[in-house]
Write a protein that binds this ligand. Structure first.
Ligand SMILES: [Fe+2]
Length: 379
């Protein structure tokens, strides 16, 4: 895996100055959100550091990047002859910047790169990723999500990982309670799913354990009574959860989330969290017959036991209830109907979210019928 240089903590956005000095770019490709760039304080922190270095700002795209927008970004990047990329924003901004800088360096077109995931690849321009939300952890992963005709696709390569992660909780201080909750739930899901993923390793579990502990300690406060300590805790949680899923990937909750987002507009973190309590209870019922983890059902049982203890519950139902309470306490819906999903929408979610390839990381095999029953019970 490529190495990444990390700068963490309050005020660390100033470390972008070191990055600029090291690379002495001719021109910077600056990928940002529309309103968040100003509102987060990123503009006020970053542009003085750029000084006289010319930059081209790319911000004209929706959240959950579409391939057409990525291709537009690639054209702009090439035309403007930039040689360093700086991304300042939430998960969508970072996914966009990661996709553009990776794909712009390849001879093959974007669609061919997505089809032929294993082809030889070139390293792109250096990328510094500066999150302005605490949730996606995208600054720490070697994946970039993009949507092709509403279907979620993922680029995966060591050259997708940003060279620099600059995680400054000060940039999250002005997030609204709703944005804090939605992005924080992404970190919660990524930590939890990483912990039980069949691809987990001792290293990823260490990150996941740390991230989950931080989310449980800080999320409620970051939403309801935010202070610097809660913001710092969530910023670290999100980053460390990103490091966890970079190794283990995500599981069934994320697989089901993509159609909720692309067809029904449910924000990503909430879309993933909606099924998290039910999936925890489902996974806790793993047996030898339906265990997908090569380490065995007893091992998965131990992992789920540790997860319940981390959550402070002594049963799967108690742990699911605690996660549901946390979601309610941060002002989020917990049932499909409250999130705008009708019972009649469930077949479409099954058609697009139940991709056996994507649920294969789940520790317990999940059939389409079982997922339908799980969603029906949440209607
Ligand atoms: Fe996520």
């Amino acid at each position: 895996m490529s190495a990444q240089t990390e700068y963490l903590g309050a005020g660390s956005v100033a470390c972008l100055g070191e990055v600029l000095q090291r690379h002495a770019p001719r021109r910077v490709f600056l990928v940002t959100g529309r309103a968040s760039y100003e509102a987060s304080g990123a503009r006020a922190a970053i542009e003085p550091l750029l000084g006289a270095t010319p930059f081209v700002r790319f911000h004209d795209f929706e959240s959950n990047p579409r391939l057409e927008d990525v291709e537009r970004g690639i054209r702009l990047f090439r035309e403007s002859a930039c040689d360093l990329v700086v991304a300042a924003g939430g998960g969508s901004v970072m996914d966009m910047a990661k996709s553009v800088r990776f794909l712009a360096a390849q001879e093959a077109g974007a669609r061919d790169c997505l089809r032929d995931a294993g082809g030889p690849r070139r390293r792109g321009a250096p990328l510094a990723a500066i999150p302005t939300t605490a949730g996606s952890g995208s600054e720490a992963t070697r994946f970039a999500v993009l949507y092709v005709d509403r279907e979620k696709e993922s680029l995966e390569h060591e050259f997708v990982l940003p060279d620099y992660a600059i995680v400054d909780p000060g940039l999250t201080a002005r997030l609204s309670p709703r944005q804090t909750a939605i992005s924080g739930l992404d970190a919660l899901c990524q930590a939890t799913e990483s912990f039980w993923s069949v691809l987990s390793t001792p290293e990823s579990q260490g990150y996941a354990r740390r991230a989950l502990g931080l989310v449980l300690e800080h999320l409620d406060r970051a939403v309801n009574r935010p202070d610097a300590a809660a913001r710092a805790g969530m910023a670290e949680a999100a980053h460390v959860a990103g490091k966890a899923i970079c190794i283990s990937k995500t599981t069934a909750c994320h697989a089901v989330s993509y159609p909720l987002t692309s067809y029904f507009g449910v924000p990503h973190g909430l879309a993933a969290a909606l099924t998290l309590p039910s999936m925890l209870a489902f996974n806790a019922g793993v047996t030898v017959a339906d265990c997908q983890d090569a380490r065995g059902a007893a091992w998965v049982g131990r992992i789920l036991g540790e997860l319940m203890a981390l959550i402070g519950a002594d049963s799967p139902a108690g742990a699911a209830a605690a996660l549901t309470d946390l979601m309610r306490n941060v002002g989020m819906p917990v049932r499909l109907g409250e999130a705008g999903i009708r019972p009649a929408d469930i077949p479409l979610i099954l058609d697009h979210g139940f991709n056996p390839g994507r649920v294969k990381n789940n520790p317990r095999r999940l059939t389409r019928e079982e997922l339908k029953a799980l969603l029906d019970a949440m209607a």
